[in-house]
Write a protein that binds this ligand. Structure first.
Ligand code: VGL
Ligand code: ZN
Length: 200
């Protein structure tokens, strides 16, 4: 059992309509994580943050921008700023979420991580917000395990937080989640189930 304290934060990654079944970049069973995340929001985390993928039209990550078909790293148009697809899932309980980070806003740089753009240099400010409030450990949930959850966990660790990914509160968009778990383990990032977490 892991006891959640005020020094822990919950980071809910990209729980947006476009990543749910029927969305522009649907993650298989993406909607299944929402009740699990809603349950986790009731635990006594010191802070809770959500991220939103939030791209301008013509974003560098869109296959259409390059006149190409979608492949991994050249995605269908998704999460265009201000659209329904970019909104957080209506079923997500936002009552305890104190910060929403919008990432991927630079037309020329993608941003999988909620902490840093893919250039590895431009920060979103999430790390300072968390550290300034006494958070030293983050629990990461959401979509997609093999892209934005993975990048957020690796950056959390690199920025000095203990990082734990809650497996049943994540789903992958690609076929090989095992590869992601291996990389996360190599970075010293723990993998737990939602049922392993409890309040004191
Ligand atoms: C994501 C692909 C493109 C994600 C965002 O949230 O994992 N994946 N943009
Ligand atoms: Zn994106």
């Amino acid at each position: 059992m892991i006891h959640v304290t005020v020094h822990d934060a919950l980071l809910a990654i990209d729980l947006q309509n476009d990543f749910l079944p029927g969305g522009a970049l649907a993650v298989p069973q993406g909607d299944a994580v929402i009740p699990v995340v809603n349950h986790l929001t009731l635990l006594p985390f010191g802070q809770q943050a959500a991220s939103q993928d939030w791209h301008p039209h013509g974003h560098v990550s869109f296959a259409s921008t390059h006149g190409r078909k979608a492949t991994p790293d050249h995605w269908p148009d998704h999460c265009v700023a201000g659209t329904h697809g970019a909104e957080l899932a209506a079923a997500l309980h936002q009552a305890r979420i104190g910060m929403v980070i919008r990432k991927g806003r630079d037309p020329d740089i993608d941003s999988y991580s909620a902490f840093l753009d893919n250039d590895g240099a431009t920060r979103t400010g999430l790390d300072s917000w968390l550290a300034g409030l006494g958070i030293n450990r983050v629990f990461i949930v959401g979509l997609a395990l093999d892209y934005c959850v993975r990048a957020t966990a690796i950056d959390a660790k690199a920025l000095g937080f203990a990082a734990i990914v809650v497996e049943d509160a994540c789903r992958a968009v690609g076929p090989d989640p095992q590869a992601t778990w291996q990389v996360l383990a190599q970075h010293g990032i723990e993998r737990v189930q939602a049922a392993d977490l409890a309040g004191l």
